[in-house]
Structures are given as structure tokens and as C-alpha cells.
Design a binder for this molecule. Structure first.
Ligand SMILES: Nc1ncnc2c1ncn2[C@@H]1O[C@H](COP(=O)(O)OP(=O)(O)OP(=O)(O)O)[C@@H](O)[C@H]1O
Ligand SMILES: Cc1ncc(CO)c(N)n1
Length: 276
């Protein structure tokens, strides 16, 4: 039998860290790409020993190793969309920014991973500055959570109005569009995101899912945006579709481990493969 090979498959790249627990990072990104029928490629920045309770250890790769992975993919396979996640330190951020700057026709989704959901800063101040100066200006869209938006804007965020002000400040750093995510907000704006593209702002809401198992929401959302961009969607549509996918994954989140379980990326296949 002759294979029905597909040479038109959209291709996306994730530049991010590994999560041994499988809920966030590269593992979440590649699963999200796959569930959008997008071929996923990856450049690993660090390896975390992590589970549903937290991060126990982080080992970084060298900036040269990160660049070599990006170049190996770009020079042979080609990429139409990239997402960046946990970049860890200033040297890796600068190397990634320099490398992707040279790639043409690339849509860039920057998830500026720097603060955990509990509000703990994961990267040092120098790395924040490098992110601000080198990578965010290249972003088609940047997707900070509440705490990351506070650091990038220097503003406190307690309500929608403050999310709006922060988005405007971050837009001044040079990103095309800013999406301030509301997973860390409380009350009726938990799960409401604020979009600002330099002209219009808009609140994006699907529904609030009442679950403690939200590990990997940010990675999944940014990977789904990159996947939809690789599929050819316009940015606003890509974000809307990504939020729908994430909401379904949250509704099917996995109550595994003793802490915060991951979102369930494979909900579209549950009926087919559900155990008896
Ligand atoms: N309980 C919820 N119900 C609905 N949507 C949610 C909920 N929690 C998070 N989201 C959505 O998930 C997406 C990611 O936002 P969040 O603020 O959780 O990012 P994050 O903190 O970067 O995630 P992570 O925990 O992976 O670091 C956003 O679209 C947000 O609105
Ligand atoms: C590897 C990795 N990337 C991103 C996050 C943020 O959710 C995480 N916990 N781990």
C-alpha cells in the first residue's frame, strides 16, 4: 500500500522547558499541537523535576544547545508559528530572541513565563529585563498572566480596569497584541482575559470552570494560539479558538497526583478510548 503522505501539514515550534509531570511545558505544547493536527517541533530550554505539587529542581541547557535545536528545525523542516514558554535565564532569552529574529514569515507567541500561579517569581530581574527588551518587541502576541502583567507593566492588577491599563503599558514594549490572562483573578472575572491590539480592547470570556486542576492552562492556551496561527487563522480567531479548546480541556481536567492536576488535552478522543 502506498502511504497517503502529507507534505502540507502546518508546522509549529515550541521553545520551552520539560515538565516531568506531563502537565505543562513542552509536554502540554506538543499534545496541544497534535490535537490541532499541527506537526509539533521543539527546542528544550531546561528540564524540570516537577509534579502536581510543585517544581523540585531545574536544570538549564546551554543557550548554544537551545539555538542549535531551533536552527536544526528551521533550516530543514520550516516553521510558520512559534511559541516560547519557560526560557529561564537572560542568556537563553537573548539567544532565542536573536535566533528567531532571523526567521522570515514567522508568527511569534510569547508566553512570558516568569511567575508561578502562586505568585512566586521564577526568573531573576535581569531575565525580566532581557525579555522586555529583546523578545516582547518581536511578539505577534504576548500572553502574561496576572502576576507577569504586574511585573511587565509595574501596575497592580485587581480588576478588569487594571488589566486594561496593564495591557496598554505592555503594548508600549512593542508587542503587536497583548492578552492579559485572568486565570489568577477571583470572583466573576476568574477566567476572563483582556485583549488589546493597540487600537481596541476586548474582554474574552468563555465560562469559569470550577476546578483546582488548572496546571498547564497558560502553556496550553499559548500553544493552541500558535497551532491556530500555523493553520492559517487570523490572530483574533486563533485566540478565540484557543480559548474554546482550553475551556474544554479544563472541563476535562485530570484529578491526578496530590496537588493541582493538569488540564485534559485529549477530551476529543475520550468517547473513543474511554476505559470500560
Ligand atoms: N478556572 C478557570 N475557568 C476558565 N478559564 C480559566 C480558568 N483558569 C484559567 N483559565 C484560563 O486559562 C488561560 C490561562 O490563564 P492563566 O491565568 O491560568 O495562565 P497562567 O497562570 O500562565 O497558567 P499556568 O498555570 O499554566 O502558568 C486563560 O485563558 C484563563 O482565562
Ligand atoms: C516547564 C514548565 N513550563 C511552564 C510552566 C508554567 O505553568 C511550568 N510549570 N513548567
Amino acid at each position: 500500500m502506498v502511504a497517503n503522505s502529507n507534505s502540507n501539514i502546518p508546522i509549529a515550534l515550541t521553545i520551552a522547558g520539560s515538565d516531568s509531570g506531563g502537565g505543562a511545558g513542552i509536554q502540554a505544547d506538543l499534545r496541544t499541537f497534535a490535537f490541532h493536527c499541527v506537526h509539533g517541533t521543539s527546542a528544550l530550554t531546561c528540564v524540570t523535576a516537577q509534579n502536581t505539587l510543585g517544581v523540585n529542581r531545574v536544570d538549564a541547557l546551554s543557550p548554544e544547545a537551545v539555538v542549535a535545536q531551533i536552527e536544526a528545525v528551521a533550516t530543514d523542516i520550516g516553521i510558520s508559528a512559534v511559541k516560547t514558554g519557560m526560557l529561564l535565564n537572560s542568556e537563553i532569552i537573548a539567544a532565542v530572541a536573536q535566533t528567531i529574529e532571523k526567521l522570515e514569515n514567522l508568527q511569534v507567541v510569547v508566553d512570558p513565563v516568569m511567575v508561578s500561579r502562586s505568585g512566586v517569581q521564577l526568573i531573576d530581574d535581569e531575565a525580566v529585563e532581557t525579555l522586555r527588551e529583546t523578545l516582547i518587541p518581536q511578539a505577534t502576541i504576548v500572553t502574561p498572566n496576572r502576576y507577569e502583567a504586574q511585573i511587565l507593566s509595574g501596575l497592580e492588577i485587581r480588576d478588569l480596569e487594571e488589566m486594561r491599563s496593564a495591557a496598554r503599558c505592555i503594548h508600549h514594549l512593542g508587542a503587536g497584541t497583548v492578552l492579559v490572562k485572568g486565570g489568577g483573578m477571583s470572583g466573576n472575572i476568574r477566567g476572563v482575559d483582556l485583549w488589546y491590539d493597540g487600537q481596541n480592547d476586548e474582554t474574552l470570556k468563555t465560562e469559569t470552570v470550577d476546578t483546582p486542576h488548572t496546571h498547564g492552562t497558560g502553556c496550553t492556551l499559548s500553544a493552541a494560539i500558535a497551532a491556530n496561527l500555523a493553520l492559517g487563522c487570523e490572530l483574533r480567531e486563533a485566540v478565540g479558538r484557543a480559548k474554546q479548546y482550553l475551556t474544554q480541556a479544563l472541563k476535562h481536567s485530570l484529578a491526578i497526583g496530590q496537588g493541582q492536576g493538569p488540564v485534559g488535552h485529549f477530551f476529543p478522543l475520550l468517547d473513543e478510548f474511554r476505559q470500560p
